[in-house]
Design a protein around this ligand. Structure first.
Ligand code: GN1
Ligand code: MG
Length: 393
């Protein structure tokens, strides 16, 4: 029996016992230790379905119970509408695991790895057309939904820097392109235009004032959408291994020290521009109100957090950026924020088929939040550029 997967965040519903039974049956197919004692929804992802699986292992000596070990795992159903080739996603995660195994990791840095299914080295399970995987759980760590202090901002930036440094010597041809067109803004713009034409062709399609404002906003910025791709085509920027989704809640901070110790959500690790990552990390980290802010007018881009994120990043990326790379940091922050707004808006026009939503205008609202952030970035362009200049070696 397939698990139902309405496009709502898993944390919004309690697991029915029927669903739990199915999840348990799936989890036991993987090489996990002990007896499953609970499965609960985990995280805030917009794409995959994520669960925490907790197992208990009883350690006996001379038939006397010595210890009860609790082990946690992360089980996910990969959204195949977004990742049509999940086996490539898993292949990339394995490339990362092998790379890390042959490289000394920074002290206290953890790379989540995939757990194979029983009696096999395959790291995913296909069941009734759905793809499942089990990952190691990063213990003694937490994620933030939004950044509250410059110390946290430094750590979020440092996490991305450590990650980039770590993967910088993986040859790009060793990584599959799991999501062609990901972060290629001109492609998203084309999809948006097609979606808009289709929506406008529908007789009597209602266009709210909010939608009309968003459409105008996009139209006014159409001229700069190829800034990164054009620099790539001119050879000023190069494709390198990237994380692809370094938003704040994909960084794990040690619960004791507050130091970054892992980057999770490795689905979008693939060749790309490090600028997509730097831009996305600042986009997400410098918005104190968060992506889901109810109050759009309260949204702004925080310069102090931006400086701290970039400082943290550069302290750990260890010279992976050259002069041209610095030239495009402002553009990256601006473009990736605009791009996410455009992606939300496109999904709204398409009827919410990509990002999980919990109300019909959810993606429109998310687009408005990102566009408000874009405006704030534009208003502070010279200050952001000055921060980048001060950090240029
Ligand atoms: C999606 O699923 P999640 O939350 O990790 C999206 C990112 C967006 C993000 C915005 C594969 O990530 O690109 O930045 O939502 N992932 C994909 O919250 O499209
Ligand atoms: Mg993701």
């Amino acid at each position: 029996m397939p698990v139902t997967h309405a496009r709502i965040a898993p944390s919004c519903y309690l697991l029915e016992s029927r669903v739990l039974d199915v999840l348990k049956a799936i989890a036991t197919q993987f090489q996990i230790g002990g007896v499953i004692i609970s499965i609960t929804p985990l995280g805030e992802g917009n794409v995959n379905e994520t669960y925490q699986v907790t197992c208990q292992e009883n350690i006996f000596q001379d038939q006397i119970l010595q210890e009860q070990l609790l082990r946690r795992y992360v089980m996910q159903r990969i959204n195949t509408a977004v990742f049509p080739r999940p086996e490539l996603v898993m292949a990339n995660i394995n490339v990362l695991a092998n790379h890390v195994a042959s490289h000394p990791l920074d002290k206290d840095w953890v790379m989540p790895t995939a757990i194979p299914i029983r009696n096999s080295d395959q790291t995913w399970l296909e069941r009734e057309g759905q793809f499942w995987r089990m990952l190691t759980f990063v213990e003694n760590a937490q994620t933030l939904q939004t950044i509250g202090s410059t110390q946290e901002a430094q750590q979020v930036g440092r996490a991305l820097g450590v990650f980039h440094h770590l993967v910088s010597d993986i040859p790009t041809d060793a990584l599959a392109d799991t999501l062609p067109g990901f972060h290629v803004t001109p492609g998203y713009f084309q999809t948006f235009q097609n979606g808009l034409a289709e929506a406008l062709a529908t007789p009597n399609a209602p266009i709210s004032q909010e939608l009309e404002t968003c459409l105008k906003f996009v139209d006014q910025r159409a001229g700069r959408i190829d800034v990164l791709e054009a620099a790539l085509a001119r050879g000023e920027l190069q494709s390198r291994p990237i994380h692809g989704d370094p938003k704040v809640n994909n960084v794990m901070l040690c619960s004791t020290s507050g130091c970054a110790l892992a980057m999770i959500d490795l689905d979008t690790v693939k060749p790309g521009l490090v600028h997509y990552d730097i831009g996305d990390c600042c986009r997400s980290g410098c918005n104190r109100q968060g992506e889901e802010s109810e109050d759009i007018n309260a949204v702004f881009f925080d310069l102090g957090l931006c400086q701290a994120i970039l400082e943290g990043y550069l302290s750990a990326a260890k010279g992976t950026l050259n002069n041209h790379d610095f030239d495009y940091i402002y553009d990256a922050i601006h473009l990736i924020t605009f791009e996410l707004g455009l992606r939300f808006l496109t999904d709204h026009l398409a009827g919410n088929v990509y990002f999980k939503v919990n109300r019909p205008d959810h993606n429109l609202h998310r687009a408005q939040v990102q566009f408000k952030l874009v405006e704030s970035i534009e208003q502070q362009e010279s200050s952001i550029r000055s921060i980048v200049e001060r950090l240029r070696p």
